[in-house]
Every structure is written in structure tokens, then in C-alpha cells.
Design a protein around this ligand. Sequence first.
Ligand code: BEZ
Length: 396
Amino acid sequence: MTTRRLVLSRGAALVGAASTGLLLPQIARAQSNKIRVGFMLPYTGTYAQLGVAIENGVRMAIGERGGKLGGREIEWFKVDDESEPSKGVENANRLVQRDKVDVLIGTVHSGVQMGIQRVARESGVLSLIPNAGVHAATRALCAPNVFRTSFTNSQPTLALGKPMVDKGLKKAVWITWKYAAGDEAFEGFRDSYTKAGGTIVKELGLPFPNVEFQALLTEIASLRPDAVACFFAGGGAAKFIKDYAAAGLKDKIPLWGSGFLTEGVLDAAGPAAEGIMTTMHYADSLDIPKNRQFRLDYAKAFKSQPDVYAVQGYDTGVLLSQGMTAIKGDIANKQALYKALETQTIDSPRGKWTMSKSHNPVQDIYLRRVEKGDNKVIGVAAKALSDSGAGCKLAA
Ligand code: BEZ
């Protein structure tokens, strides 16, 4: 109702603007002083929980900072993207064209992100990526108005190969969902594992979000590698962990992975997850004041334990809030806005991080082991790791 009324009144204002020569951003501000923030996240399907955790984190960070952005009230909008790449452009346009958001926060799935990226590049709307790690978003298709607060898909796995080889695990099978997130996570694993002296004996895959793992687990058993490394996330990760144990592999072939494997799924996976080793830019047990406070506050507010997705959402809210404060809410001043977002240091539950030139976090990657239902930090696997940003003109 509110949306329709605003869109109509903006349409009328635009006619006036054409005749008077006024610019659209000035009209938008005259119509409403509120900042329009749109969430495009999965609220259904295998990544549903991830979307909810991200939204919780964003709202928590902004709430802690007074619930406004640069002194301006917020109007919120939401679209469920269902982790469906074929609807990515259409869903992004529902927020950008129909709801006229000033900021689009989304999404989780790399394929859907490509739709958002297209709309963001065409419209110039500020796009904050709170999860999806697709390389292109901050490499060849990077843009001044696109900022990622999470990771690139190969960032966690670039730190995975060496600790595996250090443990004497020299022959590995890789298994994943076959889409950008899994394929690019593999790139990081392949580069780090082979550089450390490991050999990948087989790459296995199945389409997203398929969870019929049985035939592939049988193949792993017959290959008898020293270890298995993987990318899975959300509901499918919990199923993979349980199926791996049920197939009798848990105590025979150590399971390693990009840390999403054990994020937000430890209750669902239960004892089957114990001992899994992963690399990730966050860990539940990270013993820094910011993380301890964050975990207490999040659990109190949402009656559930936070995970990396909640942290990424929180950091998105912090980045947006700090950036908007720096420009005193004048979101139409794009150059000042981008400069402000580029130069923030985020005091995150994951540890402090900064933005790379291609707009992706420069951050520590932790080695973790699942112990008594928690992702316990074993050590720092890579310090201040930056993505290459290859092909990004902003980085030149
Ligand atoms: C992705 O599609 O980029 C992704 C999804 C879940 C966790 C990590 C990455």
C-alpha cells in the first residue's frame, strides 16, 4: 500500500521533473526523507536459514546504532529470492524499479547474485553483498556501487590445502554442488592443496540443491583417499554430514571443508559433525571481546545462536551505518558515499577487517575443528587474506 502510493507520487513528480530539469535524486529526497533498504535473500529452500540470519544481523547492527542511517529513518522492503538464479534479475528489479530502494542488501546464492550484479550495474543502486561469494562480483564485473561484506568463494579454501597436507593427508577427493560457489571454492582448494604437495584424486559433484549423496559416498569409499574436502552449506550441508557418518566414512576418512559446511548446522548434524576440520573467516569460539558481546546480544535478541551468516549481516549493517554517518545521510552524494564505504574499518565479531580496492573484505581465515557442537578455533590459517580482484578496473 505504502509502496504503491510512493511509486505513484514519484511518477507524478517525475513528469514535473522533466519539465523543470530537476534531477531524480533530488525528487526522491523531496518525496520522502526515509532511506529505503531492500533485502533480497532466500527465505525458503535449503538456504532459508542463512537469509534469516543475515537479516537478523543487519537489523541488530543498525538497531544498536539508533535504528537510523545517517540520521534518517528507514523504510524496509523484502523479497524472497528462493535461491533461484533464473529469477535473479526480476527479483532485483522488484526492489530497484518497483520499490525504488536506495540500498539493496543481497544475497546468499552466487547464481542469484549475478542477477543482482546486472541490475546494480545498470541502475547504479548501492548493492551490499552479505554472503554470495561469486568471484565476478568483485573481479571482472566489479562496480563502484557494489560492496561485499563476506568473502570470495575461493578465500576460505585458499587456506585449506596446507593444513591438510601438514596433517599428512596427501591424497584427497573433492565433492561439491556444481555451481559457481562450489566450482570457485574448488579453485582455492586446488591451488592451495597442490601447492602444498597434495594430489586431488577425484572431483565429484551434483547439481544444487540435490542431496542424494549415496552413490557419491559409495564411490568415495572405494577410492579410499586420505581425506575428503568439500563445499556444502545450509540444509544440504547438515544432510551431507549425517550421510557421510551413516555411510561409515566418518572414522575412516577425515572430512574437511570450506567452513560453510559446519555453519548454522551443528544442532541438526549432531554427533556426526564432531571432528570435522574447516577454514573460515569466523569461528564461534573466537576469543575477542567483540565476538563474546555479539554472541550474547544476538542470542538474547533472536533466541538462537549466531553463525557466520549472522556475522556477515551484522557487518553489512555496520558498514552501511558507518558509511551513512560519514556522509550525514546524503546518499545522493555517490562519490562521498563510495569513498566512505571504501575507507571504513569494520570492528567485527570475526576480528577487524578492511575493504580491498575491489570492494571485498581483507580478513583473517581461521582453522577450526568441531568440538562438542562448536566451531573451535585451532589457529589462524591465513592472515589478512585479500582476494586477487583480478580484472577489476577499480583496483587498477
Ligand atoms: C554462494 O552461493 O555463494 C554461497 C552460498 C552459501 C554459502 C556460501 C556461498
